[in-house]
Ligand binder design. Structure first.
Ligand code: HAM
Length: 422
């Protein structure tokens, strides 16, 4: 029978007990640590559906963005309604807050889940990937900006990120944006013949995005282009400086006046964190302020700022070692008293919640079960046969090589032994 494989760019993540370097293990561990950080920052979880009305993304992420233009997974449902697998989380969060009439209040929210973008897969770029995001709603520019950078520094520290660099910029108010875009278009128009098709399109529809061009010709031309810094208000520049200064002892922050984001809803402060260890897809998180999105989606005026973290990319550059929990492999070598032995494992599990007990469910020789225990990274094998059931004892066999003498303990001794494990 022909086998069925997963779709291109969609990966399976399967935890492997014995090898902590497997990407899946790192992804799951990273998710746990991120959830702890979000909780430490007093954020609340929000979970929205994976499928949304297609127009939600057109009106938020934007008609001119690559995401909406080329990368959406859009289908007609059985009722011929156009629906889309979410390419990001911000639009859905805002839709939900408006729909629940919560757009008059302040919120600190986090989410974690799969997103879909029809991109060309490569290292760190998938068609289905996992994002963790936070959205802080209802607060004008100021403290929430510091909160974002503080959280990034904290996750860099906790996950021991390799070579992290935070880039920050400010897109100004709508007037700044208008004046700067005009200056940029005026500068680039006489050089149109040197621009490629993609940049020509951007010149028409969203000139700011040209600053993100990967074309070496365009990059050269941009060296002499007007800079947004010439148009920014002093308060915006001061914000960038004070963020850079405030956190300079905690993480490396660079003001980059060419930093623009690929989504249309941003209005003021924007940022990305990159690591050169990621290669071409070097951004492991990005975000910024989007004060107009609520009104754009039919809600009240609700200032907002947020960011999303690419979990797979973060896992790729995290030095964080899996905090290995102690694993006990529980081996039953009797078929007559299997049920009684099983009951012992049940009792032992409740003694110390930091200890994991892997009851070996397969049939087989003691030798093969010990081999499996070693393969799974167990610290001890607990062995129970007919004799042990009879005498209410368990054989404890340490599995690390230096200390491999086994001993027999009664149930009281075992209880103490497990209590003292960490
Ligand atoms: P974004 O920059 O499009 O922003 O995505 C955030 C992060 O998701 C990226 O920095 C990257 O790490 C990861 N990512 C994006 N595409 C892929 C992919 N194809 N494969 C693997 N990882 C990927 C947003 O999504 C905004 N919603 C962020 C935000 C929240 N802004 C305000 N609030």
């Amino acid at each position: 029978m022909e086998k069925i494989n997963s779709l291109t760019g969609m990966t399976d993540l399967i935890e492997t007990k014995a090898d902590e370097n497997v990407l899946a293990n790192k992804v799951f561990q990273t998710e746990k640590i991120l959830k702890e950080i979000f909780t430490n920052y007093a954020m609340s979880e929000i979970r929205t559906p994976a499928l949304e009305n297609t127009n939600l993304f057109k009106r938020s992420v934007g008609d001119t963005s690559d995401i909406v233009n080329k990368e959406l997974y859009t289908f007609s449902d059985k009722n011929d309604k156009s629906i889309t697998l979410r390419p990001e989380g911000t639009a859905s969060v805002m839709r939900s807050i408006i729909e629940k009439k919560l757009d008059g209040e302040t919120h600190k929210l986090w989410y974690l889940g799969p997103m879909w973008r029809y991109e060309r897969p490569q290292k760190g770029r998938y068609r289905q990937f996992n994002q963790a995001g936070i959205e802080i709603l209802g607060y004008p520019e100021g403290a929430p900006e510091f909160e974002m950078i503080s959280l990034i520094c904290e996750l860099n520290r906790k996950l021991q990120i390799r070579k992290p660099l935070i880039k920050i910029n400010h897109l100004g108010d709508s007037n700044t944006k208008k004046l700067f875009c005009k200056a940029l278009v005026d500068y680039l128009t006489p050089m149109k013949s040197n621009l490629d098709e993609k940049d020509l399109l951007r010149l028409d529809s969203n000139p700011l995005r040209i600053l993100d061009s990967k074309n070496p010709n365009t990059i050269e031309i941009l060296k002499k282009a007007p800079s947004i810094s010439d148009y920014l208000q002093d308060s915006s520049k001061e914000l960038l400086k004070s963020i850079q200064e405030l956190f300079s002892d905690k993480c490396e922050i660079q003001i980059d006046f060419n930093l623009v984001r690929g989504l249309d809803y941003y209005t003021g402060f924007v940022f990305e964190a990159i690591s050169e260890d990621l290669g071409a897809q070097d951004a492991y998180l990005g975000g910024g302020r989007y004060d107009n999105l609520s009104a754009q989606l039919g809600g009240k005026d609700l200032p907002a700022i947020g960011m999303a973290i690419g979990i797979e990319r973060l896992a790729l550059i995290s030095y964080q070692e899996n905090k290995n929990r102690t694993l006990i492999s529980f081996i039953i070598i009797s078929s007559n008293s299997e049920a009684k032995a099983y009951k012992i494992s049940h009792e032992l599990r409740s003694i110390n919640k930091n200890i994991d007990i892997d009851v070996q469910l397969s049939q087989g020789s003691l030798k093969s079960k010990l081999r499996r225990a070693n393969k799974n990274g167990a610290a001890y094998a607990f062995i129970v046969g007919d004799e042990e059931i009879e005498s209410k004892t368990v054989i404890i066999k340490p599995l690390n090589k230096e200390d491999s003498d086994q001993s027999t303990m009664n149930l009281n001794e075992i209880e103490n032994f497990i209590k003292n494990l960490s």
